[in-house]
Design a binder for this molecule. Sequence first.
Ligand code: WTA
Length: 677
Amino acid sequence: MTESNGINGTHVTGNGNAVPVVIEAHNVLASPVPAKYFEKHPTKPHISSLAEYKALYKESLDSPDTFWSRMANELLTFSRPYTKVQHGGFEYGDSAWFLDGLLNASYNCVDRHAFADPDRIAIIFEADEEKDSRKVSYGELLREVSKVAATLKSFGVTKGDTVAIYLPMIPEAIIALLAVVRLGAIHSVVFAGFSSGSLSDRVLNANSKVVITTDEGRRGGKDVSTKRIVDEALKNCPDVKHVLVYRRTGAVIPWTPGRDYWWHEEIVKHRPYFPPVDVASEDPLFLLYTSGSTGKPKGVLHTTAGYLLGAAMTGKYVFDIHPGDIYFTAGDVGWITGHTYVLYAPLLLGVTTVVFEGTPAYPSFSRYWDIIEKYKATQFYVAPTALRLLKRAGDEFIHHDLSSVRTLGSVGEPIAPEIWNWYHEKIGKEEAHIVDTYWQTETGSNIITPLSGVTPTKPGSASLPFFGIEPSIIDPVSGEELFGNDVEGVLAIKRPWPSMARSVWNSHGRYLETYLHPYRGYYFTGDGAGRDHEGYYWIRGRVDDVVNVSGHRLSTAEIESALIQNSNVAEAAVVGTHDDLTGQAVNAFVVLRVDIEGNMVDMKKELILQVRKSIGPFAAPKNIIIVCDLPKTRSGKIMRRILRKVLAGEEDGLGDLSTLANPSVVEEIIATVKALR
Ligand code: WTA
C-alpha cells in the first residue's frame, strides 16, 4: 500500500502522493470562547464546560450503548422502538444501528413540529432576487411534502426506489427530498451544476425511474437551463418514465408529453396529508455520489436512524441549536453539507433553516451579511473558499448588524489562520464562536470539530473529536497507529459511529476496498492529519487523488478520463495545486496525438470545454499544459508527484529520477512550465 521515497522526509502512499511528516510547531494556545458569546446567548449552551464535553466523550467510548440510546431516544421519534443499539463492525462493513427500530425521516423533520406548532417557520427562502423570497411554516411544509409524496406514489415510486433530484436551492428541493423519504424511497441528489453526462451516469447507476427538476434555475442574476440538461441526460436513460418539473422562472421549455409533468398541476390532485411510510433504522435514506481516487463517482449510501441521529446531535452540540434559532448554511443541497445542515439538522431540531438560492457576490459582496442581518440568523455556516472571496472583495461590504450570530461554521477544506482571524474579527466581531468542522460525505455529519460555546479554538485546527469518534493517526509507511501527541500521518477512525456511510450503491466491495481495507480495523478518511501536543487535530488535506476546488470534491481520474474523451488527446495527468482563492486548482498535463498541429490556444480552450461539458463547469482546469510526454515509472505509472513539484517551482527537490522509464522528459516539462509563468 505504501512506500517510502526517502526524499525530504516525505512519505508516499500507494498512489504516489506525498504525506508531510514534518511536525509543525503548534505552539499556538487555544483561545477560550469569547466572553460576549455568553452574553448574547438566549439561555446557555447545551454543554456547560470543556469538562462536561470530556466526561460525555468518555462515556460515548466507554459505555456506547447507554450513551447512544439516550441520545437516540431524546432526539428521534421511533414508531417502533429498537431492541439493539449496535451490531457489526469494520471487518465486514456490516455496522448497523438501532436494530428492529422503525421510523420515518420526514415524520421526524416535519410532522412532530407541525403538530406542536404549525405556524412556526420551517424555511426562509431567500431568492436570488430578493423580491421573490418567502417563508414556509411547518404546517405548510407538511401539506406540501404530503402532496408531493402522493404525486410520486402516483408515478409508481415505492419504498426502496431511488428518485433522482436535479434542483436548485429552492424550498421545493427540501420538499422533494422529504417527499421521497416520506414514501420510504431513497433520494439521490445530483448537484445542479453537473453536466448532462454526469447526471445520466448517476441516474443510470442508481437505476432511478423518476427525476425531479425545474424549468430553469436562477443564480447570480443568470438563468440556468436545468430542464434542458435533464432532457439531454435522459436521452441515455430509457428507464426514466416520469419527470416532475417545478416552474421556477416560467421559461418556455421543451416538453415530452407522457413523461414530463408539471409540479403545480400534479400536486393539486392530492390530499395534503399523506401518512409516512415506516422504514427500518438500517433502510437506506439517500445516495450521494462523490469522487474517490479512481474510476467513476461512487454512490455513498446512508441509512436512516444513524444518519438522522448524527445530524440532530451535531446540530444540537456543534452548532448549539436552540428553539427559535435561525440557522443559515450557505451550501447547496447537491452536496453533503446541504443535506445534513440545510435540511436534516435544523428541521430535526424544529428550528428555521435559511435556503439561499443565490451567490455571495450577487447583487453585491454584501449578500450573506444582508441575509444574516435581515433574518437575524443565529448560526452561519460556509466554506472557506467563499470567505477568501469576500475577504478579497474588501471590508467596505461589511457594514451590517451581525450581532444575532452566535456560531460561525467553516466546512469543506482547511481554513487558513488569516481567513479564520478575518472571519472572527469582521463577521463575528470577536463575539461569535468559530467552529471549524471536519467531516466528509461518508461520515454523514461533523466528526472532528469544536462544540459551540464549549471548545477553546486554535485558528486552522478542527480541534477535538465529536462524541463516539475515536480518531487515530496512522504512519502511512508502516501502517501502524501512532499513539500519543505530537504525531503526524494519515487520519483514520477506530470504531463505527451511527452516521457513517454503510456502503457504496451496488458495490460493497468498493466500500470495503476504499474505506475499510487500507488499514485493517480502521475507517480510512483519505486525509493527512496531525495531532498536536494538546491532542488537537490539524487536517492537512487529501493524500489520495482527490482535489478540492472551492470546496467541491473532484477526482483527478475523473477529469483525466474527460480529457481523453477528446480524440486529440493521447494521455492526460491531472494534479491539484494550491490556489489562493479556490483552495486548490486543477492543472492538466496533456499529451496530444502526434499528428496534431496548429493553434494551441484554441486546443486548450477546446479541452477546457470538454471538461466543462462532461463533468460540469466547476471542474474546469485552470491550466492546460501541453507536453510531449509524461514522467512514468518502468511499470507505466504516471508520477504525478513530479508534476506537482514542477508546478510548485520545486524542481530542485525532485529527488532520484532514475526509476523513471523516461527521465529526460522531466527537463522538457520543467522548460514548458517555466515558459508559461
Ligand atoms: C475536506 C465535505 C479541512 C477533507 C463536508 C475531506 C476539510 C473532504 C474540512 C470531504 C475541514 C472537510 N478542514 N479539510 N474542516 N472539512 N474537509 O465529502 O479533505 O465534499 O476529506 O465533504 O473535505 O469532502 P466532502
